[in-house]
Ligand binder design. Structure first.
Ligand SMILES: Cc1cc2nc3c(=O)[nH]c(=O)nc-3n(C[C@H](O)[C@H](O)[C@H](O)COP(=O)(O)OP(=O)(O)OC[C@H]3O[C@@H](n4cnc5c(N)ncnc54)[C@H](O)[C@@H]3O)c2cc1C
Length: 554
């Protein structure tokens, strides 16, 4: 039987990301991707967050997507509840504080697209293939095989146009989206009671462009507006076609009885003046030739697999969990966690012990949970409240500040979640997919704005510095440049909150002995940087503020 190092089931954004990044960083590994459909295939989920772009860059496909001709997305506009006054934000507001300081960040940090998923996903799959992934389309996985003791996944059975076939593997990735092959087989999916919605969506041509809702035709925004029984998304999916989706709850759909889903969809459009204004004179159409009906009805329940990795297997993307379309976060999470899964695979193949492999995948699970929960809390809050924007902002702030220990004002916190940068900094300085020096710029300059002010420096200047007794050292992990890497971690033993350190920062930490001051710290940092220009390391003040936030600075 043929054997592969890695088999990936499903070729959507998650599967293509895993395949590409395994081949990029471990080109010697044999990777097979089995996809049941023939691409290009229709898929919902056209509006991307800017937060996906750094992962596309890591995959080496950012330029290809950037130049493909998808419509550029700059942010989002909301008309929510009784107050029909539109409000919104642009992704570049997230990086503006850095630009104001003259720090040039690559444009990708503030760039997203509205995409036709059939074409977007196809480009990613082609790229994975060009990177050396063996891609088989029209190959549906029918069964996951385990060893004779039932304790380890060893391969899959699949069926394609040549009939049934079997392949063995060392590692299996489930990226089958909402089909969630492994999640169903293991029966380990938990569904949210509160977010059990349906989406009814179709495509429209001949509409009116309204700049206050949709942004500039070249720098578009996703537009979200409430209607009588739910809310609408409005996404310019091409130059001439809009994607208009209604999200409504199960009760509304169940109460339909005689009337059809199309009647509900059209009558809800009539109840929403802004969508009516946009669709003035428009007709329903189809977005791509592979689209097989005018109106789609999909259940967009929120769920999560209780276990996302095991002996010889893991899940990424919708196969592991799905939150809700409200924040347009699905594709970004598929990319982001697909990347982390690839890094964990790369590290597993060069690990020297089973214990290390287990730690990598536990770290992957923890990271995944953190991401999903951040977005789920926001979505639940959205549905569970009276849609007052101030409330939502406040919740975003609470969610982010709780784990990141950074002081953000409400607007910044919301923007960070809604742009996809919510939990990048979950271990504060070590930003996962970012090159650390860029990550550091983002953390220091943007999310740590308060300690930038001059009076913050004077707070520490000249003071002998010392760690409190509750500061403990431990070992942490972080995802960086293709691998899960070990790092040192400062832990507050009372709260268990922690700050991960870059190796060079341990030297700086040793200066917190009651005899040194901030200027000593800065001097050592300068010396390190003079030797190794690209060494990612916080300046003395940044380090102090983060340790202070952690509650370990005397
Ligand atoms: C109503 C709605 C609106 C949404 N809007 C947005 C949005 O605006 N922005 C956004 O970012 N996200 C949105 N999403 C979420 C987004 O569509 C998903 O999160 C994203 O597609 C996940 O990517 P994936 O690779 O995990 O799964 P998918 O893209 O679903 O890919 C899974 C692949 O696996 C294949 N597959 C399935 N079973 C098998 C099998 N047995 N064998 C082989 N192959 C198999 C499928 O054919 C498919 O190609 C929305 C979702 C819904 C429900």
């Amino acid at each position: 039987m043929p054997h592969y190092d890695v088999i990936i089931m499903g070729g959507g954004p998650a599967g293509a990301t895993v395949g590409t990044l395994v081949k990029k960083y471990s080109p010697h590994l044999r990777v097979l991707l089995l996809e049941k459909a023939h691409f290009p295939r229709h898929h919902v989920g056209e509006s991307l967050l800017a937060g996906a772009s750094p992962v596309l860059n890591d995959m080496g496909v950012y330029d290809r997507i950037n130049q493909y001709g998808f419509i550029e997305k700059s942010g989002a506009t909301y008309v929510w509840g009784h107050d029909r006054q539109p409000w919104g934000f642009d992704f570049d507001r997230v990086v503006k504080p850095l630009l104001d300081r003259g720090i040039a960040l690559p444009e990708m940090y503030s760039k997203g697209w509205q995409v036709r998923r059939s074409e977007y996903d196809y480009q990613l799959l082609l790229h994975a293939q060009e990177m050396g992934v063996e891609v088989r389309q029209g190959a549906r996985v029918t069964h996951v095989r385990q060893d004779s003791t039932g304790s380890r996944v060893v391969g899959v059975d699949y069926r394609d146009e040549d009939g049934p076939a079997s392949v063995d593997c060392t590692w299996l990735m489930d990226c089958t989206g909402q089909d969630a092959l492994l999640g169903h087989a293991l029966d380990n999916r938990q569904y949210s009671e509160t977010m059990n919605n349906y989406a009814l969506y179709g495509y429209w041509s001949g509409y009116q462009w309204h700049e206050q809702y949709m942004g500039h035709p070249r720098f578009t925004r996703i537009f979200l507006a409430t209607s009588a029984r739910g809310w609408f998304w409005c996404i310019p999916a091409s130059d001439t076609v809009l994607s208009i989706g209604l999200v409504t709850n199960r009760q509304t759909l169940q109460s339909l009885k005689e009337s059809s889903a199309l009647d509900l969809y059209l009558s809800e459009i009539e109840s929403c003046p802004e969508i009516m204004a946009i669709l003035d004179g428009a007709q329903m159409t189809r977005l791509t030739p592979d689209q097989n009906r005018d109106l789609y009805v999909v259940q967009d329940w929120s769920y999560e697999s209780t276990q996302k990795a095991g002996n010889g297997w893991a899940m990424a993307g919708d196969a592991a969990g799905f939150v809700d379309p409200i924040l347009s976060s699905g594709v970004m999470i598929a990319h982001e966690l697909g990347q982390k899964a690839a890094y964990a695979i790369n590290s597993s193949f060069c690990a020297t012990s089973d214990a290390d492999i287990q730690r990598y995948w536990q770290f992957y699970e923890d990271t995944y949970r953190t991401y999903l929960h951040a977005y789920r809390q926001m979505a639940e809050f959205w549905y569970g409240n009276n849609f007052l924007m101030e409330n939502w902002w406040w919740e975003a702030q609470r969610t982010i500040n709780r784990t990141n220990a950074l002081e953000l004002n409400a607007g910044e916190a919301f923007m960070r979640l809604a742009s996809g940068y919510a939990y990048r900094a979950e271990s504060l300085s070590l930003f996962g997919s970012y090159p650390l020096e860029e990550a550091q710029q983002l953390v220091n300059g943007l999310f740590g704005v308060p300690y930038e002010a001059v009076d913050v420096r004077s707070q520490y200047a000249g003071k002998p510095l010392k760690l409190k007794a509750n500061a403990q050292m431990g070992e942490g992990l972080y995802f960086f440049q293709g691998l899960v890497r070990k790092t040192r971690r400062v832990i507050n033993s009372e709260t268990q909150a922690y700050l991960d350190l870059h190796p060079a920062e341990e030297i700086v930490l040793r200066l917190l002995d009651g005899a040194h001051t901030l200027s000593d710290l800065d001097q050592v940092v300068s010396q390190i940087q003079a030797k190794q220009q690209r060494m990612p390391i916080r300046n003395g003040l940044d380090m102090l503020v983060q340790l202070d936030n952690l509650g370990v600075l005397a």
